[in-house]
Write a protein that binds this ligand. Structure first.
Ligand code: PLP
Length: 469
């Protein structure tokens, strides 16, 4: 194989450093430019980041399997031609509504641009219409996906080694991964059926403080969380805001799934309830528009007071960091999303009506099929259970066997079904007997077929674990 070093290369390679240990010498001798993994940043050996890579590999090896694994949006409403139309709508808006000369429009699309983005006004208007969040456009930082919003926010807020990020656990790996990259201490707060319990958050804040940490912020997905599907009640959101004010805590609210209500009414975002500017609201257009544009944002309307008493917006401070990460979010990506927002009259929720109906049908189908294959008596006998999220893409199934990557491979190879092990979403152990199902990118027929395969897999594994089944 081309990447296997020859024995000759191994014996003639120079020793990199005379004081190197035997292990280092072997590594250095194996290849002239080899680097010791232990000399690289600790995030590269973090089990969670490793696990995600391994998981992606397993999923990639079974392209034919029905996949409940990815949290991708449905492609049912995507049309390639729409991209050109959105771009046209955006440039027409600049020329005809804002009365910009053609040269200025060209510069806007072709050149480096404003660090905090060019569609911040459209986003601010959309947030007001859809969420009742009223902020100055200057407080909106347009980012390269929500992922960059997390990175900028964490970098700015976490200044000292004792600054601790509380996360609702199980937790989205995007934020725990970003915290790892930045060497930020993380304190998980175990979720209940309705997301993080404010009293549990308060207890974690106090525990962190007693241990010498400074609880700085709590990351939470209040609506239809990834991975659990759990949602917080309005009362819990309000209580959490009160705790944040009393305990000097910030809330990082991530809300990519809030539109996708299956049952009941949409609940107010924490930002719309926030009267004390305790909430930084993170947003993504990956599920409500298109992930290919890689556009997200953060609303950072907090005031920052400098040493000489100079006041600025947190968004302006984030801009300094952004200029050192992505310089600015792609103008083309922003223009496409901008066109989509303009076409919707800055009412993205309405523009998502078809998508909302699709995800509702899918989640209902998934729940219905689970019920059909595991009626109450059967699931009790087997020890199988699942939650019934009121919206979003995900639900969690408890199973009577270890749901790890080995089980996943077995499921894919022999039953044609992929899912995601839950244990990777817990930082403090747990989830070994849980799997996450995502129904967003399948058709209802595929869900029917997929649950049939999944049911066969679960029955077979459960029987293997306990032959009395
Ligand atoms: C909780 C959460 N936040 C954010 C995102 C999306 O981030 P981005 O806009 O970077 O694609 C996802 C997507 O999977 C998610 O589940």
């Amino acid at each position: 194989m081309a990447d296997t070093p020859s024995p000759l290369a191994r014996t003639t390679a120079p020793v990199a450093h005379t004081t190197a240990s035997v292990a280092d010498t072997t590594a250095a001798a194996a290849q002239p430019h080899a680097l010791a993994l232990t000399d690289l940043h600790a995030s590269l050996t973090d089990p969670v980041l490793d696990a995600m890579n391994f998981l992606n590999e397993v999923v990639a090896r079974f392209p034919e399997a029905l996949s409940f694994a990815p949290g991708r949006p449905s492609e049912g409403t995507f049309e390639t031609e729409d991209l050109a139309r959105y771009l046209r709508i955006y440039t027409d808006h600049l020329e005809q509504v804002l009365d910009w000369p053609r040269d200025r429009v060209r510069t806007q699309l072709f050149q480096y641009g404003r660090t905090n983005g060019i569609i911040h006004e459209l986003i601010a208007r959309t947030l007001a219409n859809d969420e009742g969040i009223h902020v100055s456009p200057e407080a909106v930082v347009v980012t390269t996906g929500c992922q960059e919003a997390m990175l900028l926010t964490l970098r700015a807020l976490f200044a000292r080694p004792e600054d601790t990020l509380l996360v609702s656990s199980p937790c989205y790996v995007g934020v725990t991964g970003a915290a790892r990259l930045l060497d930020i201490a993380i304190q998980p707060v175990r979720e209940g059926a309705e997301g993080p319990d404010p009293d549990a958050v308060l207890a974690a804040v106090r525990r962190t403080r007693r241990a010498g940490g400074r609880p700085r912020a709590l990351y939470v997905v209040p609506d239809f969380a990834n991975p659990s599907g759990a949602s917080m009640t309005v009362d819990a959101r309000e209580r959490l805001l009160r705790i944040a004010a009393e305990e000097d805590l910030l809330i990082l609210e991530d809300d990519p799934y809030g539109f996708f209500v299956r049952a009941g009414a949409a609940r107010p975002t924490m930002k719309s309830l926030d009267t004390e500017r305790r909430v930084l609201h993170l947003g993504s257009f990956a599920k409500t528009a298109l992930p290919g544009a890689r556009v997200g944002y953060v609303v950072a309307d907090q005031e920052v007071i400098g040493t000489a008493g100079r006041r600025s917006l947190l968004a302006d401070e984030l801009s300094k960091i952004k200029s050192m990460t992505t310089v600015n979010t792609s103008a083309i990506g922003q223009a496409v999303v901008g066109g989509l927002l303009i076409e919707s009259g800055c009412r993205l929720r309405e523009a998502n009506a078809r998508a909302i109906a699709h995800y509702r049908t899918n989640l209902n189908t998934l729940l219905g099929e689970l019920e059909r294959h595991f009626p109450a008596e059967r699931r009790r006998a087997l020890g199988v259970r699942w939650n019934e999220p009121t919206g979003g893409f995900f639900l969690v199934v408890d199973v009577p066997f270890v749901a790890d990557t080995k089980a996943l491979e077995h499921s894919a190879r022999n039953f044609g079904v992929l899912w995601t092990p839950m244990s990777d979403f817990y930082l403090d152990g747990g989830g070994e007997h849980q799997l996450r199902l995502s129904c967003s990118s399948l058709t209802p027929n595929q869900i029917v077929e997929g649950v049939a395969g999944l049911a066969r897999f679960i029955e077979a594994q459960a029987t293997e674990a306990d032959p009395h089944h």
